[in-house]
Write a protein that binds this ligand. Sequence first.
Ligand code: FE2
Ligand code: FE2
Length: 198
Amino acid sequence: MTNEMIYRGRYYNGSRKSLVEAAQAAMSEYRFQHVLRVEEMAVALAEKWGVDTEKASVAALTHDYAKERSDADFLAKIAEKQLDPDLVNWGNNVWHGIVGAEMVKDELGIENEDILTAIRQHTTGAPYMTTLSQIIYMADYIESGRDFPGVEEVRTLAFEDLAASVGWQTGHTLAYLIEKQVPVYPGTLLTYNAWSVK
Ligand SMILES: [Fe+2]
Ligand SMILES: [Fe+2]
């Protein structure tokens, strides 16, 4: 179904095929296949939750566009766009969403703020997320190639109670980061407080 999607130019000034090619050129085959699976899941969630599937497709295909860029590229973009100065203290995991959205905007010409925000928020989440942002956040986590304890449970949950699934993911991610004793980006804590606390 995804492959036959026709873009009507609402969110991307080109065909889906050209966007797929842009994604493929920007990353390894391994990651490109992940991106296609995220798109498939995002479109399914968009159908379920009444979000424009074209919008979900564009956001999914571009969410990891910047993932394989150099640290120097990200630092240059943080300076150029005068983004939050604290960002320089973090790394690729945080940058490829928050800073990557600026690269998607500047290099692919995607201007839709709903899509750019979904890209920005796809790793860390945020206290307020639109349905599209929740969909991209979840699709990245539960795409068909993912395999971790509880994945089936959270896949089902995303189609029953999207907000609860956002809380599930955030709580599990935070527990994992704490277990590994690695620093937690403050934005992730804000997401946890907003979505995971009962
Ligand atoms: Fe990502
Ligand atoms: Fe991803």
